[in-house]
Design a protein around this ligand. Structure first.
Ligand SMILES: Nc1ncnc2c1ncn2[C@@H]1O[C@H](COP(=O)(O)OP(=O)(O)O)[C@@H](O)[C@H]1O
Ligand SMILES: [Mg+2]
Length: 375
């Protein structure tokens, strides 16, 4: 096998929140550790972002999807070029793309599986506009091998936390929330716990005309409606056994509008309650699917939700008191750029032909090398 070397990688990621294209110049080392040299949060131009939300709502034609694939590719290239101007070209770029649809179900038609996922942001455009090799489209290979194509970050969590010798729940709170359980005794496993910020962002936009509840201030000013919370917690997703992943197709605008039919009157109480819902679904999913197998000593929160102080406070209340609550920043990893660093590592493995999926997290039938290359 080719000898592994340190590689400079620009990784590009935009999650379900669609808040920004996170672009990070990283160094990836042969021991699979990753150092972030510089990261930027590059905002989508306003009308492009509005178009992406149109795709999320299913209000798009095939023409829109075709056009947006190239337009988002341009945006990703622009984000990479900001880093390239300052730091020079990396060895290659890793691009996650923008997920616009995720269908992890075993439904069949003519006995042919419909399980699928779609990340757009044409990598040929990124390669052309940056002059760099681009590794992209990671999730498809895992689905081809019978997996859900998600969660993929578990691979990095295992590399970064397993050797620390403790039992961790690494909890990402992006648009959707996902956990990776890294322990001494058991194989790493992970799943999506439910919504992360999608409900909070939607309701904050609807009732307060702001894109998100900065630092959880609005939630802090409201009161949790326990009856509405109990009702929201009945959703069947929370009871499904892992492996399981979800997205905006399920926790959609329609879903939230239906939720709101039973909501309390005061907007601040709504924000408080949906914030509590994110925290409670995390805590309950540990009770149902984690503690029966693994004793957790520490929960490490990452993603934008780690900045929501009220959400963190609710988590502290709902998690057992012996579990220490930390954020990635306690481990020198930026909450904002952890996924970027994970995708830098995934692309590094693609480059060297090292399997980079974790079947116990995605449900795939074997370990495979995910990712495609554009020159
Ligand atoms: N200071 C903050 N206070 C509260 N919430 C925040 C803050 N910063 C980010 N967020 C939340 O995090 C979200 C972005 O998280 P991110 O991890 O980027 O998710 P995704 O991977 O889905 O893009 C924002 O939409 C917002 O809801
Ligand atoms: Mg984001």
């Amino acid at each position: 096998m080719e000898e592994l070397e340190v590689k400079k990688v620009i990784a590009l990621m935009s999650g379900t929140s669609c808040d920004s294209i996170d672009a990070g110049l990283c160094e990836v080392y042969p021991d699979k550790s990753v150092k972030l040299i510089h990261g930027i949060n590059y905002k989508y131009p306003e009308h492009i972002r509005a178009k992406i939300f149109q795709l999320f709502r299913g209000e798009a034609t095939i023409k829109d999807i075709c056009q947006m694939n190239f337009a988002i590719g341009k945006c990703f290239a622009n984000a990479a070029n900001i880093l390239i101007e300052e730091f020079g070209k990396p060895d290659f770029i890793s691009s996650h793309g923008q997920t616009i649809y995720h269908y992890p179900f075993d439904e069949k038609i003519d006995n042919i599986s419909l399980k699928s996922t779609l990340q757009i942001g044409e990598s040929s455009v990124i390669a052309h506009d940056t002059g760099c090799m681009v590794i992209s489209n990671f999730r498809e290979a895992d689905i081809a091998a019978g997996g859900q194509g998600a969660p993929l970050v578990c691979f990095a969590d295992e590399k970064w936390f397993k050797h620390k010798g403790k039992n961790f729940a690494i909890q990402n709170i992006g648009g959707i929330s996902n956990v990776t359980v890294v322990s001494r005794e058991y194989d790493t496993f992970g799943f999506d716990t439910g919504a992360g910020n999608v409900f909070i962002d939607y309701c904050t936009q609807k009732f307060f005309s702001k894109p998100y509840d900065k630092d959880g201030e609005i939630a802090a000013s409201g009161t949790i409606s326990e009856t509405w919370l109990d009702c929201l917690l009945q959703d069947e997703y929370y009871y499904l056994d892992p492996p399981k992943t979800t997205g905006r197709e399920y926790f959609s605008t329609n879903y939230i509008e239906n939720m709101l039919k039973l909501a309390p009157d005061k907007p601040a109480d709504i924000i408080a309650t949906v914030t509590a819902l994110t925290a409670k679904t995390i805590a309950q999913s540990y009770e149902r699917f984690v503690y029966p197998n693994v004793n957790i000593y520490e929960a490490v929160i990452c993603g934008g939700g780690a900045y929501n102080k009220t959400l963190m406070k609710f988590l502290r209340t709902y998690l057992p008191s012996h579990i220490e609550l930390k954020t990635c920043e306690d481990y020198g990893i930026s909450n904002n750029f952890k996924e970027v660093m994970a995708f830098a590592l995934l692309a590094y493995c693609t480059y060297y032909g090292i399997p980079n999926n974790l079947p116990c997290c995605t449900g795939a039938n074997k370990r495979i090398v995910m990712g495609k290359v554009s020159y």
